[in-house]
Design a protein around this ligand. Structure first.
Ligand SMILES: NC(=O)c1ccc[n+]([C@@H]2O[C@H](COP(=O)([O-])OP(=O)(O)OC[C@H]3O[C@@H](n4cnc5c(N)ncnc54)[C@H](O)[C@@H]3O)[C@@H](O)[C@H]2O)c1
Length: 381
């Protein structure tokens, strides 16, 4: 579980008592004292009620896990109400279609909102939902700017409602392996991390015209993964964005970034969405170096590595690292949804709660700023 910033501990770290049965623990506060909508049974909430906002492409990946977990999808809201109607029919939902978010939330008072709108709408949709008293799980990237992201975090604090980002690539069996072997002590303390991402991607849509398509739309996943793998946070970045010869994108679709991470760790990121041939994995190909060994993770194959087995010789003797076998309970969006349900049922703060996820977003905007300025940019903690 990611570390929780102090301000969030003040907000949610109080001793809570979410169990409905038995006497409350002495001194414990109810989870949400003013919230009579929580229906808790045997320590678990039954049939949580949700409103889904945004019925576009990615919603097709959300309705199956929501249904599988028994979530009561009360409404699907989209500016285009026909899109909402189509998704309701396609997934056979007993939900109402709507194009009026505020009215729908006021009337239905769901437990949480799933924000699947475009990045430019995330701030308005999520803040509306938080102010209406709902918890929110929203698609990445958190926001279209750091100012908006800060507004969202402030709204979560002000309203006392949880906002988490679904950073879906975290919930992957292979990525849990990398995290656990990197942090197991087998390779000592991590000093250096590299990620290469090279894919020739012909989307033919909005990405062809947007500025910084790689860093804004894709690298957020890799920047979040480096924090997940290593447990470090960004300190500063020097970045160069560019549009290589032959590119079919208008914006800069390639980047080389050197991040200074906490603990003196250096993370070098090289990526391009217009690199034909010899593609890397969509998750990137990784090298994590510690002061006693190295772990490699490439082409989505299980990670492997070597660590010191002796202290003499030009090349020190090495042995293979032991790779543990942790498993997330579910992959992708389903894994994120389970963390939201854990929060509603038990008060466990999700690893991508907004105070944590804003640090991954900060890497994106600092890299873009550094490339514009041509200089190193510090990243506020
Ligand atoms: N995790 C992943 O791997 C992954 C993959 C694809 C997309 N995404 C993310 O999911 C989000 C949505 O992507 P998409 O591909 O579904 O986009 P999309 O354009 O297909 O769908 C977005 C939908 O949101 C609706 N919408 C926009 N503003 C709205 C508002 N203010 N209120 C209500 N509805 C609104 C639009 O009408 C549209 O139907 C983006 O943030 C994207 O980055 C994540």
């Amino acid at each position: 579980m990611a570390s929780i910033p102090r301000q969030w501990v003040t907000f949610a770290g109080r001793r809570v008592n979410a169990a409905a049965e038995g006497p409350p623990e002495p001194g414990a506060e109810p989870l949400w004292p003013e919230d009579t909508r929580l229906r808790v049974s045997r320590g678990r909430m039954a049939g949580e009620r949700a409103v889904v906002v945004g019925a576009g492409g990615i919603s097709g990946a959300w309705f199956p896990p929501l249904k599988a977990e028994g979530v009561n999808i009360m409404a699907v809201v989209d500016l285009d109400i026909d899109a909402a109607r189509r998704r309701i029919a396609e997934f056979e939902l007993a939900a109402r279609p709507s194009s009026d978010l505020a009215g729908t939330l006021s009337e239905l008072q769901p437990d949480f909102v799933v924000d699947l709108t475009v990045p430019e709408a995330h701030c308005a949709v999520t803040c509306t939902a938080l102010e209406a008293g709902c918890h929110v799980i929203g698609e990445k990237p958190m926001a279209a700017s750091m100012d908006e992201a800060r507004q969202m975090v402030a709204a979560s604090e002000r309203t006392g409602r949880l906002y988490m980002v679904s950073q879906s690539r975290r919930w992957s069996a292979m990525h849990y392996l990398v995290r656990d072997v990197a942090r197991s002590g087998e390779i000592g303390d991590i000093t250096t991390m590299n990620c290469d991402f090279y894919i020739g991607a012909h989307f033919g849509g909005f990405r062809d015209d947007m500025p910084s398509p790689l860093v804004l739309d894709m690298s957020i996943h890799h920047f979040d993964l480096v924090r997940f793998f290593s447990g470090t946070d960004p300190v500063a970045v020097y970045a160069k964005e560019f549009d290589p010869k032959g590119s079919w994108y208008k914006g800069d679709v390639a980047a080389s970034c050197i991040f200074e991470m906490s603990g003196g760790v250096v993370f070098t990121y090289r990526g391009s969405w217009c690199a034909e041939g010899c593609h890397t994995s969509w998750n990137g190909d990784w090298r994590l170096v510690g002061d006693r060994g190295t772990v490699i993770f490439e082409k989505d194959r299980p990670p492997y590595g070597q660590t010191l087995a002796g202290d003499t010789g030009f090349h020190r003797p090495l042995r293979d690292v032991a790779v543990p076998h942790p498993q997330p309970r579910a992959e992708g969006m389903h894994g994120g949804l389970l963390e939201m349900l854990d929060y509603l049922r038990e008060g466990t703060v999700p690893q991508t709660e907004c105070h944590d996820n804003i640090r991954s977003l900060a890497m994106v905007f600092a890299a873009i700023e550094s490339a514009k300025l041509g200089q190193r940019v510090a990243i506020a903690s």
